[in-house]
Ligand binder design. Sequence first.
Ligand code: CP
Length: 314
Amino acid sequence: MSLRHKDLLSLAQLSREEIELVLDTAEACKQIFDRPVKKFPTLRGKVVVNLFYEASTRTRTSFELAGKWMSADVVNFTASTSSVMKGESLSDTAKTLEALGADIIVIRHRSPGAAHLVARAVRSRVINAGDGAHEHPTQALLDLFTIREKKGRLDGLTVTIVGDILHSRVARSQIIGLSRMGARVRVAGPPTLIPAGLEQRGVEVYHRLEPAIDGADVINVLRIQRERQAKGLFPSIREYVRLYGLTRERLAAAKEDVLVMHPGPANLGVEIAQDVVEDPRSAVREQVTNGVAVRMALLYLMSGGDARELQSAG
Ligand code: CP
């Protein structure tokens, strides 16, 4: 079984079975992490272009490693040193990369819908690596993978997402993915940072952190985007920390085996304390590692690869 979609633009495109396929394939990909030579020959001859118009550490590096460990040729495109600076448009840039042989274009852009625009412009496959405040489907998939790896399942778990839900592309994709996999989703944050209409989608909304984390199996903390404070969407960083910052003290009231996650990059001491990130219940570092396995799986499956063949490919 492989993924039949030309592009991955939103997690809403994937059925429950397709999400399971990605997670199972990522599990197979992760087996090579402990090998002295991390290489599958499966994407030999394929060209993967990382087209990043916005800063990234985890997503860009993990897509690069994922492509290289699958033996693809990986090209990293940085807008600030390209002909974008001479005024070349996004769709012309994508068409240029297609003409250079790109089989898969991985795009991050500040504008919602940028990945859709590129997908319409080229025959190359397109993966959304974050488009404005719209979606970040590969982050949500690696989060689902990490939760399943740690908890053994997704169905029936209670997952609390804390922070700026309104502007978070991660939260948007996570809510789609978690709900589809049968998890119970709670969100917590200031009323100004919670979008309307979530309850109608089955999400429980909290404006206080304590009841939101009470009984939760997973606490997923989001980065507070400081630029939102300038727009008056919450009073001050100090106030935010007091009300929503995840500290050791607050964690003490959560379930003993709660899993703590953060997609990164984190404002340490703001939305999450440093000692919580380093706590044994935190999967923050494993999320980063798992990002490579999930992106390997996506590159493989979107290139027409069959999950069963991967087992014997190494
Ligand atoms: N989580 C995430 O997308 O991180 P980067 O911005 O470092 O890629």
